[in-house]
Design a protein around this ligand. Structure first.
Ligand code: MG
Length: 336
């Protein structure tokens, strides 16, 4: 099969800049692509790299797109090198969405006008702003139906963050689940302190909210440390940065990780190979956004629906970080 291939880069500004241990992030840049087959069926895809998280850079993705001919084949799509995981996802999901014989048909993806079918907010984890701002923001999100929240830690001094955390757990309603995401920003001692604090909360009947897990407490290089911590505390640990791509996911699993894996479909690599891995190993996975547009989100949500287990909320509660996307995305589609 041969496909007409087109692509356009995009830039999208966050309403509020996203602060993590990796620094501030203000503008999301990516690439929207389309594949048109001989019967004029169109599949849409999105390449949304986060290089500081372990994917290729936007420039590498653009270079890859630029060197491709205007007409590509199945072979092109399924032989993208592992060094370009966001490209693997973008091309393969475009193929699945419209032109290929994917598991979900093109009727589900009548772009560009169909709104993305969204599961109920309860199935999502909403990202709170970091620092004290979380104390003011959770209520609006709660009113929108969110019951699982994620709060970034490892951004400020630990003593200060523990204070805010103390206020937060006394403010959040009983049935809330809270995830703490350190983005690899804690020392071994700090990670112990956070895990110890969370274990104590678990044992305290006066605190009815649940700390679901601590995400990526230590830097990627300290895998053994996290493995050790995961065996020492009751509070679960989820690997995120450590398992950014399929290769890393397989390596951590192979080295004995049986905790939670955060999967960001947008940068993890080939969807078909991800399916195969998850089916084979039945891992406890939490699916999460890379601040993609509706195009990649639809493909990512599809994977989450297929591969999530243990009733874990998915990390796509991030709409409040962007202005309404309809208008500019529409113009981008028209342009393509
Ligand atoms: Mg994370």
């Amino acid at each position: 099969m041969r496909y007409q291939f087109k692509f356009r880069p995009y830039r999208r500004k966050f309403v509020r800049s996203l602060t993590t241990n990796h620094g501030n992030w203000d503008i999301r840049e990516g690439i929207i692509l389309s594949l048109t087959d001989e019967t004029l069926k169109v599949g849409w895809g999105e390449i949304a790299p986060i290089s500081w998280f372990g994917s290729e850079t936007l420039e590498q993705a653009l270079d890859f797109c630029r060197q491709l001919p205007a007409e590509i084949t199945d072979d092109t799509i399924f032989s993208i090198p592992d060094e370009l995981p966001a490209c693997q996802f973008g091309f393969e999901s475009a193929w699945e969405s419209g032109v290929g014989s994917g598991e979900w048909g093109s009727e589900l993806f009548s772009m560009p006008n169909a709104p993305c079918p969204m599961p109920h907010a309860q199935a999502f984890s909403a990202l709170l702003p970091s620092g004290e701002a979380a104390l003011n923001q959770w209520e609006t999100l709660w009113q929108r139906g969110y019951r699982t929240f994620k709060w970034k830690i490892g951004v400020d001094a630990i003593a200060h963050e523990l204070e805010i955390f103390e206020s937060l757990i006394h403010t959040l309603p009983a049935s809330t689940k809270l995830r703490l995401d350190a983005n690899g920003g804690l020392s071994y001692e700090e990670a112990n302190l956070w895990l110890w604090t969370c274990d104590n909360l678990k044992a305290n009947p006066k605190i009815p909210l649940e700390i679901e897990f601590i995400e990526q407490p230590l830097p990627v290089e300290q895998f053994q440390g996290m493995l050790e911590l995961s065996l020492s505390y009751e509070t679960a640990i989820a690997l995120d940065e450590s398992v950014a791509t399929l290769g890393q996911l397989a390596a951590c699993h192979q080295q004995g990780w049986r905790g939670i894996f955060v999967i960001k479909p947008g940068i993890v690599g080939s969807p078909s190979r991800l399916r195969k891995f998850c089916h084979q190993h039945q891992i406890d996975a939490v699916f999460s956004s890379v601040f993609e547009t509706a195009i990649a989100r639809q493909a990512a949500l599809q994977l989450a629906a297929e591969l999530s287990r243990n009733n874990r909320a998915i990390g796509f509660g991030i709409d409040h970080f962007f202005e309404q996307e309809d208008t500019w995305l529409q113009s981008l589609w028209n342009d393509l």
